[in-house]
Design a protein around this ligand. Structure first.
Ligand code: ADP
Length: 576
């Protein structure tokens, strides 16, 4: 039964009981009232009339209006006949009163009248006695009825009082218990209510919810485990070594490749602090170096890591990925660790070696024939082999220029191969800046003249010697000057400045060319880079080699330039 129906029935029953009790009580009171009213109206009044008539009879000799009084009361009595025999007695009284009126002093009639009145009184007195007994009986039966109804009401109300609250509250208690169990992650909880009340519906909904929660909990866990396994397998199947660290630099995972290259066992790596592992493992130390001391020099980062594993040398490029997530319900990103990925670049490195070797061999092999072409053209030019006409002279000039360019290119390529193999042969000694300047000026003199460019110098006197490889430093200065001539308009000016700056000597070449855009200032020192849109005559290697040469001598190199305002290339070397 529904709780609503139960409550309605309970309260309704109580209502009916109250009504019943009220009805029984009222009915009993009413019956008693009727009984007493009956006595009063029917009998008491008659006694009153009889008394009045007796008193008037006594005053008959003295009071003239006594007969009238008796007649009045007799009339009232005639209108109030209620008992058996009363009518006859009243009729007798009326007859005797008529006789009395005719013979006022007849004592016999007096006596008869008194007898009649006494008879009427007796009849009413008896009736009062009888009716009083009836009233007593009514009162007794009313008491019994009220007692029966009251007991019945009490029993029903008491049963309701005992049963109804527990009937409503106990399912709630049961449900509360089950909800508490579910809150404590026991999703196996179910509730069953026998009846078809609202609790039945609630229990069904609760059981569905518990079932879904259980299913969600189970599926969630197994799915998570499956996904974890999948990601682990995925990472393990990667050909690149991968190591994952949490925000406290504890190693969370390392794939098989990572174990191979570090030469460590899983238990020596996973779950350990990266700093602790780096104490016993050189590779690990270099891998987490940037995490402990943040990287200052960007160029170092690009340096590949050479690892000897599986009886061969391999090259890896380290990538440090910062892992950040936005936790559920939050807005801010939170750092949760790092992933170190080592990209295996061995095949590229091998190809690079092959290329460098090829370039070195080719440029070396080309240098001799080009030099002999250059010498031959010089002989022709000096007319050692016979006279030459103007046309031939022009052809010889063109061959000379081209062979000069070819020589420059081969020398750059040779230098590049030296730089790439790390075989720069430096001959560092005390060199005088004036000698380097002279050497460079001589080399570019003809080129400058061809474009009618003025080569100016702004050189301090008494400059100290520098610690440098004269030949390579001059090569850099020549490269600056060749570029300046190349990228400057005809009839412009190029200034070579040499100054002392504390413990350094600064060499700079300033031109009046078109300048270099800010965004390319660093890029022009990269290998093969040429500013887009500029005249592509060279290889894009000159400045890259210059940088390597100067940095190999612990110097610094750079450029200051504004677009349309010319450029000023400089390098600085320590005093010797
Ligand atoms: P390249 O052989 O192309 O001259 P470099 O390495 O010497 O190679 O120079 C790289 C690039 O820098 C050039 O291609 C050119 O675009 C730019 N560059 C070098 N020097 C100058 C200069 N003095 N003025 C303007 N641009 C220059």
């Amino acid at each position: 039964m529904k709780i609503r129906t139960k409550l309605t029935l309970g309260v309704g029953l109580l209502f009916i009981l109250i009504t019943l009790l009220t009805y029984v009580g009222a009915k009993s009171i009413n019956a008693l009232k009727n009984d007493t009213e009956n006595i009063l109206v029917a009998n008491y009044n008659t006694l009153e009339y009889a008394r009045n008539m007796l008193m008037a009879l006594d005053d008959l000799s003295t009071d003239k209006g006594a007969i009238r009084k008796i007649e009045e009361n007799l009339a009232k009595q005639q209108a109030n006949i209620t008992e058996i025999g009363e009518k006859e007695a009243t009729e007798q009284l009326r007859k005797h009163l008529a006789q009395l009126k005719m013979n006022n002093f007849d004592n016999t009639i007096h006596l008869l009248i008194r007898k009649d009145i006494a008879e009427i009184m007796r009849l009413n007195m008896e009736a009062i006695q009888r009716k009083s007994d009836v009233a007593k009986q009514t009162a007794a039966s009313s008491t019994i009825w009220i007692a029966i109804t009251g007991t019945l009401c009490f029993v029903i109300a008491f049963t309701l009082l005992i049963n109804l609250p527990s009937n409503i509250a106990s399912p709630i208690k049961k449900l509360t218990e089950s909800i508490k169990q579910i809150a404590a992650n026991d999703y196996s909880q179910r509730v069953y209510f026998q009846d078809h009340s609202e609790y039945g519906e609630l229990a069904r909904s609760f059981n569905t919810m518990a079932e879904k929660l259980e299913e969600y909990n189970n599926s969630n866990l197994s799915q998570l485990l499956f996904e974890k396994k999948r990601i682990e397998t995925l990472i393990n199947n990667m050909h690149d070594p991968v190591i994952g660290l949490d925000e406290n630099k504890k190693i969370l995972f390392a794939n098989d490749e990572a174990l191979k290259v570090t030469g460590l066992k899983a238990e020596q790596l996973i779950g350990q602090q990266a700093q602790d592992v780096s104490v016993i493992n050189d590779l690990m130390r270099s891998l987490i170096k940037d995490l402990i001391v943040p990287e200052k020099n960007n160029s170092d980062k690009k340096q590949p890591i050479k690892i000897f594993a599986n009886s061969k040398e391999s090259y890896f490029e380290k990538e440090l990925i910062d892992i950040a997530i936005v936790p559920t319900g939050e807005k801010q990103k939170k750092h949760i660790g790092h992933v170190i990925v080592l990209k295996n670049i061995t095949p590229f490195k091998e190809l690079d070696f092959a290329k460098t070797n090829f370039i070195a061999t080719i440029s070396h092999e080309l240098k001799t024939p080009i030099s002999s072409i250059k010498m031959s053209t010089q002989l022709l030019e000096k007319q050692k082999t016979g006279t030459i006409n103007e046309e031939q002279k022009q052809l010889i000039d063109s061959i000379k220029d081209d062979s000069q360019r070819l020589l420059k290119i081969t020398s750059e390529l040779l230098n590049l191969s030296q730089v790439e193999t790390g075989n720069i042969q430096l001959n560092i000694q005390k060199s005088t800046p004036y000698q380097i300047l002279k050497y460079a000026q001589e080399a570019v003199k003809v080129q400058a003249e061809q474009k009618q460019i003025q080569l100016l110098t702004d050189v301090e006197e008494n400059l100290p010697d520098v610690k440098a490889d004269t030949e390579k430093t001059a090569w850099v200065l020549i490269n600056f000057l060749t570029n300046a001539i190349h990228y400057s308009p005809e009839l412009s000016k190029i200034t070579i400045s040499i100054k002392q700056e504390e413990q350094l000597v600064s060499f700079s070449v300033t031109d009046q060319g078109k300048g270099i855009e800010k965004r390319y200032k660093d890029k022009i020192f990269d290998k093969y880079f040429q500013v887009p849109g500029s005249i592509k005559s060279g290889t894009g290697l000159g400045l890259a080699i210059s940088k390597e040469f100067i940095e190999a001598q612990n110097g610094t190199i750079g450029v200051e330039s504004e677009i349309g305002m010319g450029s000023s290339f400089f390098f600085k070397l320590g005093v010797g």
